[in-house]
Design a protein around this ligand. Sequence first.
Ligand code: 6CS
Ligand code: FE
Length: 299
Amino acid sequence: MTTTVTPVTDPYPTRGTTEVSVPRQDPVVWGTPGTSGPVSLADLQAYERDGFLAIDELLTEDEVAVYRQELQRLVTDPAIRADERSVVEPRSKEIRSVFEVHRISEVFARLVHDERVLGRARQILGSDVYVHQSRINIKPGFGASGFYWHSDFETWHAEDGMPRMRAVSVSIALTENYDTNGGLMIMPGSHKTFLGCAGATPEDNYKKSLQMQDAGTPSDEALTAMASRYGIRLFTGRAGSATWFDCNCMHGSGDNITPFPRSNVFIVFNSVENAAVEPFAAPVRRPTFIGARDFTPVR
Ligand code: 6CS
Ligand code: FE
């Protein structure tokens, strides 16, 4: 008896020989309209259209003070600096990011379970969720380097095996995000197009990409076309403000040459119905502190 196996073609091909753009084939808001939760219907509609939702005050000043104190404690702890989950700035060697911060720090773990955070993620993704990745980005002053234009989903699909676009990130400002100190920039509406990048994923790519991304970087031509079509929105806001953004937004942030750090905590929620499988375009999986393999729903 012969069984016919229909080849499962990857709807989001990337890291081949040429750059390829395909329309998004997934909803943006997965929750059924009218599902109760912290996000109003109007805001959900705006999120569907733009790919992001900015919140002026997710955390109070007192709460921010607690998280900022915890961030300072972590970045001055020699054990954290020595931990493989810490990434340093290429030039200054200051700590740039600390990954899996929700497992390292009980204080940051609170955020993951906070209904103002978890409730929004569940409402947007329409299911139970797990943490695919968490990190604090310090972006200290006087020269911290930014993050070049990219789609997170392109990396998470290629290197972490995230099947579909059913993940959302929240970036919570822990310091003032001015228009000068390397704030997050998103191209509004870019989440509706998947840009598959040219160039195979090198072995151990994460050891470089978390400092300076190369594989998974769009061409100048593609970025020019997207920026001309969608524009660029720079997110500023006080400490405690937050930006929720879809996994496939084209985004990046500039260097920070001001004296004022632009520190944030960044949590990625993935639907438990979109759990990571094998990488779609990389030789091996990335470490679990970057692409989680514990799919236990957050409660
Ligand atoms: O590779 C990653 O998973 C990380 N890199 C960037 C620049 N953004 C998403 C994510 O934190
Ligand atoms: Fe990113």
